[in-house]
Design a protein. Structure first.
Length: 128
């Protein structure tokens, strides 16, 4: 009796991994054992990078906003505090885009934040 090897599925699986590994250096693109490991690592790096990209974008928006705020005569943290006090629902991505493309609209946001900071009641110290 012959041994069952599941040959068509195994071959398909191995060819698929080697196809993903095309362009890798040396054995990693030729031999299944090493290609499988390299492809798994590549997928892990890609997964991590997709999440890291979001943090990088947010950092870029904050840097842009800080530069625009300083030019408008207010610090980034005070600007964001003022927008929060004014109940402005815009996020950093949209505000950063406004700062880069529409200076007039960004100026309105700065005045809105400054006015909200003026009208904001001073923080009271909690007595223990």
């Amino acid at each position: 009796m012959a041994r069952a090897t599941n040959s068509p599925a195994s071959r398909k699986r191995r060819k698929k991994v080697l196809k993903y590994a095309k362009g890798y250096f040396g054995n990693k693109s030729k031999l299944f054992r090493y290609a499988k490991e390299a492809v798994q690592h590549a997928w892990q790096y890609a997964y991590i990078a997709r999440r890291k990209k979001k943090a990088d974008r947010r950092g870029l928006w904050i840097v842009r906003l800080n530069a625009a705020c300083r030019a408008a005569g207010i610090s980034y943290s005070r600007f964001m505090e003022g927008l929060k006090a004014a109940k402005c629902a815009l996020d950093r991505k949209v505000i950063s885009d406004l700062a880069a493309t529409d200076a007039a609209a960004f100026g309105e946001l700065v005045t809105l934040a400054k006015n909200a900071l003026k009208n904001k009641p001073a923080a009271t110290l909690a007595k223990a």
